[in-house]
Design a protein around this ligand. Structure first.
Ligand code: PLP
Length: 404
């Protein structure tokens, strides 16, 4: 971890001037380094203008910065072509775009869409809507109680009727890393398209869309140090080209007459209206920041924190950790303390300045499977420290002592 200087990293994040904050909710959204905040602020302060529209210097500069952010995203996931990168408002919007523009045109009655029981609601609800409208069947790869996917019957679940296989890469509840390459290869055998929800994985590990050979992939800027309101739908160019627009309006058109319109080239065809320019520029700065530190350095550091946290949490009596037993896992730990409601625990932790998430984490099917209504979730990123894990454990013990 030669380049990894935790003190320097923490000093990049203005929020940590608040020394009493222990932020353990990065799976929900990450804090922002000043490099990202400055990039957004500089745009608004010094070269703010709309993109693609003005033949004047300021607009050209804004357009250049917006395009450069797109190219940075493409490089980050090793996309062969920047036209594969559609900017959206976030992962949820990306999946809805796919469901609307691809699925509603290509999925028919009796077809099947296959997802997993591990999905975030964002990768369940859009497909339920598609299934309802088209008469297709939505099927699920089951999960095991240990927080892994049960792939024993994958060959029976993926059939000639399967049109799309959509899988979460890293679970936002268990932290499990799913064997997406293996699932993609199964889908290819029946020519089903593949979609990867990489919202949780991309901030932590290199994801190479060419190597995976997935058809679509989505993620959000705000979970990787970038601003809210910006996300990505990656799609193979020939698929994006074949798809109908998602929303109508400025910039997504080629021409408009009173009777009909024609569409702009990809990716603009899917970016109706004035885009989130500042957010995209901030996103580009977040990618620069991650690249500067090195994604594998971040991965190693967070893995180190995760292992320490698992080891220490396991010493607390009555604490159940979900997942992290078999296979690969990362950055997120969900747990419960016997006899204490997760919301009460989160409130007690909050009194010690510790921010964790309590709830169903937008993954109610997982909660059903575990037989709980909610869990506590602590999640780590590059700015967390070993001391913060000690503070978490200490506060949990204090909470336990109060209730017992
Ligand atoms: C795995 C996963 N998918 C999708 C989403 C939705 O992301 P967003 O709210 O940025 O659209 C999240 C957010 O928590 C997530 O963890």
């Amino acid at each position: 971890m030669n380049k990894f200087d935790i003190n320097k990293i923490r000093s990049d994040f203005p929020i940590f001037t608040n020394k009493s904050l222990v932020y353990l909710d990065s799976a929900a959204t990450t804090q922002k380094p000043k490099q990202v905040i400055d990039a957004v602020s500089d745009f608004y302060s010094y070269y703010y203008a709309n993109v693609h529209r003005g033949i004047y210097e300021l607009s050209m500069k804004a357009t250049e910065a917006y395009h450069s952010a797109r190219q940075k995203v493409a490089n980050f996931i090793n996309a062969p072509d920047w036209r594969s990168i559609v900017f959206t408002g976030g992962t949820t919007e990306s999946i809805n775009l796919l469901a609307y523009s691809w699925a509603r045109k290509n999925v028919r009655e009796n077809d099947e869409i296959l997802i997993t029981e591990m999905e975030h609601h964002s990768n369940i609800v859009p497909w339920q809507l598609v299934a309802k409208e088209t008469g297709a069947t939505l099927k699920y790869i089951p999960i095991n109680i240990d927080g892994t996917l049960d792939l024993d019957n994958i060959d029976k679940l993926i059939t000639n009727k399967t049109k799309l296989v959509g899988v979460i890469h890293q679970s936002n509840v268990f932290g499990t890393i799913n064997p997406i390459k293996k699932i993609i290869n199964h889908a290819k055998k029946v020519n089903a398209l593949t979609f990867i929800d990489a919202a949780q994985s991309i901030p932590h590990r290199p994801v190479d869309v060419q190597n995976l050979d997935c058809d679509f992939l989505a993620f959000s800027g705000h979970k990787m140090l970038g601003p809210t309101g910006i996300g990505v739908l990656y799609g193979k160019t020939e698929l994006l080209d074949s798809m109908a627009p998602f929303m109508g309006g400025g910039d997504m058109i080629n021409s408009v007459t009173m009777s009909e319109s024609t569409w702009n080239d990809i990716p603009y065809k899917f970016e109706a209206g004035t885009p989130n320019i500042a957010q995209a520029i901030g996103f580009g700065a977040a990618i620069d920041y991650i690249n500067e530190i090195g994604l594998t350095n971040i991965y190693d550091y967070v893995k180190h924190l995760l292992n320490i946290a698992l080891e220490k949490l396991r010493t607390i009596d009555g604490l159940t950790i979900y997942g992290h037993q078999v296979g690969e896992s990362s950055s997120v730990i969900s747990f419960n303390l016997k006899g204490i409601h997760p919301h009460d625990i989160a409130q007690f932790l909050n009194q010690d300045g510790i921010a964790v998430r309590a709830g169903h984490h937008c993954a109610q099917p997982i909660m059903d499977k575990l037989g709980v209504s909610s869990t506590i979730r602590a999640s780590f990123y590059l700015y967390n420290t070993e001391e913060e894990i000690d503070l978490l454990c200490e506060s949990l013990r204090k909470t336990q002592a109060f209730f017992n």
